[in-house]
Design a protein around this ligand. Structure first.
Ligand SMILES: N[C@@H](CCC(=O)N[C@@H](CS)C(=O)NCC(=O)O)C(=O)O
Length: 339
């Protein structure tokens, strides 16, 4: 209880501090600096990871590039700041980063007690388990008594406890600070199972000594809506970050892509005209230019393109669209209209 109160107090203090020091000014700061700082995952293939040359790739990385494209017409005007799960929210509270795009689950406590706001869901995820095939287990319900490797500072530990408790099963948790340590420990046989977001399971499996020796169990034990986070109190900045995601979704829904965006500038479809700024002043209303979405689509692509390139068919992860398909295709991705 004491700790909960302390957390809330830190959150409130951060919120007041954020309110005083940053209110309405993130966009101006970013423009003044000439780039934005994006809190990123340092090691999650498909979402955020730098290569040996320091070139970052991933769905979250591309999301930050899209914000840079909207503001500067240049997707390279972003600095990626590698952050562990544990340090990510503090980095945003302190102003070290302008936006956090690091496979972070939107939960009520994070949204209301840390002086921060989630702006949307750029990847619908859920927590799963991986085990070695030779363990002979085909369901998470057979994990009674198992040792489970997981990462500190994430939503996974509580979900794990909830799942085992509600199924009357015993387990032993072994928690590490980074995903690398966690997976290496599992791969070396220290745990029977490895648990994290399903997307993370697929990403980590690529690092296994023998990926084929492992299976992902069918149960998804939680909701992990992953999305970008900003400081509470700077509504203009939150609007920009929120609508960058919606612009990418609306572009996919309207069939506007990297390859055809120039052509689509001539479209007579009123929805496309509003998206691309050939009608209305929707960009100006959020503090950018009216061709903001054209910039995003030209430099980075629509949501579907970004998904396929980083985590879908065009990537080693080969994740299906599933819940991340557009609502028009049976998925959950749905953007409010630009009007
Ligand atoms: N979505 C969960 C988990 C996020 C998380 O940090 N997941 C791990 C495992 S997939 C990760 O990305 N680790 C990478 C690292 O710390 O290098 C949360 O927000 O707490």
């Amino acid at each position: 209880m004491k700790r909960a109160i302390a957390t809330i107090a830190v959150g409130l203090a951060a919120s007041l501090f954020a309110g005083a020091a940053f209110a309405q000014s993130t966009l101006n700061n970013v423009k003044q600096k000439g780039f934005l700082t994006c809190g990123s995952n340092p090691g999650l293939a498909g979402f955020g990871v730098p290569d040996a040359q320091g070139n970052w790739t991933g769905l979250d990385v591309d999301f930050c590039r899209a914000i840079a494209a909207a503001i500067f017409n240049d997707p390279t005007k972003v600095r990626f700041i590698p952050l562990s799960a544990k340090d990510r929210f503090t980095a945003l509270q302190s102003g070290e980063i302008d936006v956090l795009a690091r496979n972070s689950t939107w939960t009520m406590s994070r949204d209301t007690q840390l002086g921060l706001d989630f702006t949307g869901i750029n990847y619908y995820d859920g927590q799963g388990f991986m085990v070695r095939k030779k363990l002979g287990v085909s369901s998470a319900k057979e994990l009674n008594g198992a040792t489970v490797c997981t990462q500190q500072g994430t939503t996974t530990e509580l979900n794990l406890a909830d799942f085992f408790r509600s199924n009357n099963m015993k387990y032993e948790v072994v928690a590490f600070a980074t995903a690398d340590e966690t997976f290496k420990a599992y791969d070396a046989g220290r745990c029977d199972a490895f648990t994290t977001d399903a997307s993370g399971l697929y990403a980590e499996r690529l690092k296994a000594a023998n990926p084929d020796e492992h299976i992902v169990l069918p149960e998804i034990i939680s909701k992990e809506p992953l999305g970008p986070v900003v400081r509470h109190g700077d509504n203009q900045w939150a609007d920009i970050v929120r609508w960058v995601h919606f612009a990418m979704l609306n572009a996919e829904e309207l069939g506007v892509s990297k390859a055809n965006v120039d052509q689509q500038l001539k479209s007579e479809n009123p929805e496309i005209k509003r998206l691309l700024g050939t009608e209305g002043k929707f960009g100006e209303a959020i503090g950018v230019t009216n061709d903001w979405a054209v910039r995003i689509i030209k430099h980075v692509g629509n949501y579907g393109e970004v998904f396929e390139r980083n985590v879908g068919a065009g990537s080693p992860l080969k994740i299906q669209r599933g819940q991340n398909a557009l609502w028009t295709k049976g998925g959950l991705q749905y953007a409010p209209p630009i009007r």
